[in-house]
Design a protein. Structure first.
Lengths: 117, 117
DNA sequence: AAATCATATCGTAATATTGCAATATAATAA
DNA sequence: TTATTATATTGCAATATTACGATATGATTT
């Protein structure tokens, strides 16, 4: 079978709205247990350095570093240089976006209590 | 380089809690613009069949079918047979789980207003 | 029964993600 | 200056995801 004119495996982001794509990026960043664990840890300790997370999680340092990068790119955490280490913490901006999406859904669902399937 | 004893590319779910894994599954299901679009459409029309979504989205029928399957597996939508078509709608159970996760985060963040980075 | 309609599944190609060893970088300490 | 410490980047292997044509399945209609 040939798919010469179709880029397989690539998400067709251009067909969706910016908001849909943004939400998907945020959700995708949350779509890994290690990243959920990192966020939960950050919520608990408020602030920490990468090394703390490496000792907390059963993953190698490069792997943790990569997950941190993805969370940062998605806008879910922030990092600032502090001496020779980097201080990470939750970025409230990203969470506000997701939260408002779920708020809308919840509002919608509460309005129509009509059972469907 | 050799990684004979390491399953590369595979998420190490066994090292995380059930709750962390469950949340990740839900978030991952939301991590694609097409699936966001499907959910938004379902919220708008309350109930619809697969064919409606195929005409709505710029994706082929098997692709939509696959996305619907993932949303269903994650517990975000429900489907019930209705004649020779299938009626899909939002599954509130899944959304409740995600919503409570974000509620917890929001509560946490509001308590400690200490600036970190 | 045969045709039609709606959806799912299979097979496959292409890209993305996950994970870690090795290495690079950059700041601090000796 | 030379360790040492902390994090990021590179490179690569393995698995996962995305997308769709072809086809199967299963109900409805003719």
């Amino acid at each position: 079978m040939q798919y010469n004119n179709i880029a397989m495996g690539i998400t067709k982001t251009e067909h969706f709205t910016d908001e849909q794509n943004q939400l998907a990026v945020l959700a995708k960043a949350l779509g890994h247990p290690a990243r959920i664990a990192i966020l939960e840890y950050l919520l608990k300790v408020n602030t920490c350095i990468c090394g703390d997370i490496v000792s907390e999680l059963p993953l190698a340092q490069p792997t943790v570093s990569q997950h941190l990068k993805e969370l940062k790119n998605a806008g879910l955490i922030k990092g600032s240089i502090e001496g020779n280490s980097i201080c990470y913490c939750i970025n409230e901006v990203g969470f506000e976006k997701i939260k408002s999406f779920f708020q809308e859904i919840t509002n919608h669902l509460e309005k129509k209590k009509t059972q469907c399937c």
